[in-house]
Write a protein of this length. Structure first.
Length: 410
């Protein structure tokens, strides 16, 4: 095999805890502690000499308060790693966890680095305590160019423009719960999942906390839509409403609000990590690679709609790899909102049977900057379980972006 490859050696993640203060099993912990948990697990599972780690590339979207101050570097220190291991923190909103892995792979493929750990963390129980701010950070000049609503409002706007119905998205949400329940029952996540301990060594959480396996179509149908309630609320201190932001771009739209708590991604806490290495370094350490990174890509489009770029990202990364859709065995598309996954499969003509086969963020939760790294581990575990070869992972990100990655088992 060529040394000009980036190998995935191992992946691990925490279980996802409910992202609510006073309710979630992880909510009392520091975000650095959650990151340190997966970093320690990777070290112990693979015998990493942390003094030789070239970089820890960490995703975190809300880099404020406990999640600020370069949480990538602080987390590796909290994990007791050698101080020679460097760290950096990045933000591509929800796409951060794929982007951190892509950056790690790129640094190895360039020949500049040999051993890189990538991943991410988001403690949504903590970020919910922060003062909300609009995505444009109050830059009114930017708002004139690109009025960007809340992501959930965008999901309903897209559904309206695309003719996607409440029945469509509720059906996808129900299937997400069904698949997640089957995966949990079958132990499909066990290889990557590592328990989170409290500071005193007692167990904090060793299982997924968010899924609702008893969900029914009738229960979903009874849930009130969420983002319809946003429309008359102030967008920020300017006095504009979410409705007026949307109508800057779509003045005559009559939004069909179809998203609710049961067909949108779950608010959770979580962290994940991926160990990547060059072939020469891996061989010297006696590491057996699980997969190689085939191709990486980023796509971007309308920030006013925000959620539409996963399909373009998938097409772009396939083109870079010289592959067709039919060459991919399994797809993971983050279920930020049900309309995103529904439109992705419809636009690409994909068989739902090979997409999100173990459920998605609707059932399991979406710890923003950690999710992409989680999904890379999820698809790799499932490829191994099925003895298949190739997986593609992508997800929407705020601002109208989507990163993508293709991996192939070795």
């Amino acid at each position: 095999m060529s040394n000009n490859e980036a190998w995935i050696i191992d992946t691990c993640r925490t279980p996802r805890g409910i992202g609510k203060q006073g309710r979630g099993a992880l909510a009392h912990l520091h975000p650095q502690h959650l990151s340190a948990t997966v970093l320690k697990a990777l070290e112990q599972r693979n015998g990493i000499d942390t003094s030789e780690v070239d970089d820890v590339i960490w995703g975190c979207s809300a880099q404020r308060g406990k999640q600020g101050a370069c949480i990538g570097r602080m987390s590796l220190l909290a994990a007791g790693w050698n101080t020679a291991a460097s760290g950096v923190t990045l933000d591509r909103f929800c796409g951060s966890g794929i982007t951190s892995v892509n950056f790690a792979a790129a640094s190895i493929l360039s020949g500049m680095e040999d051993c890189v750990v990538a991943g991410g963390v988001e403690m949504m129980s903590f970020t919910a305590t922060l003062e909300p701010s609009p995505i444009d950070s109050g830059n009114l000049a930017l708002r004139e160019l690109h009025p960007q609503p809340h992501q959930g409002v965008c999901a309903d706007v897209i559904a309206t423009l695309e003719g996607i119905t409440r029945d469509d998205v509720d059906g996808l949400a129900l299937e997400s719960q069904r698949r997640a329940a089957a995966a949990l029952e079958g132990g499909h996540f066990d290889k990557s999942l590592v328990p989170v301990l409290n500071e005193d060594g007692t167990m904090a959480l060793d299982r997924e906390e968010f899924p609702r396996p008893g969900t029914t179509r009738e229960a979903l149908a009874d849930l009130p839509t969420v983002f319809s309630m946003f429309m008359d609320m102030p967008y920020d201190e300017t006095g504009e409403t979410f409705d007026s932001i949307v109508r800057r771009t779509y003045p005559d739209i009559d939004i069909n609000h179809i998203h609710h708590a049961g067909n949108s991604s779950g608010v959770v806490d979580g962290s994940a990590a991926v160990l990547l290495a060059s072939p020469d370094y891996a061989r010297a350490r006696g590491w057996k690679p699980r997969a190689r990174v085939v191709a990486m890509a980023n796509a971007a489009g309308s920030p006013e709609l925000m959620l539409n770029e996963p399909a373009p990202a998938a097409r772009k990364v396939l083109k870079k790899a010289g592959m067709n859709l039919s060459d991919v065995d399994l797809f993971e598309i983050n279920e930020a909102f049900a309309v995103v996954a529904f439109k992705f499969m419809r636009d690409l003509g994909l068989d739902p049977a090979i997409c999100n086969v173990n459920g998605g963020a609707i059932a399991l939760g979406h710890p923003i900057a950690a999710t992409g790294s989680i999904l890379i581990g999820t698809v790799l575990d499932e490829l191994e379980r099925r003895d298949q070869a190739t997986g593609l992972v992508t997800m929407c990100a705020a601002g109208g972006m989507a990163p993508a990655i293709i991996i192939e088992r070795i």
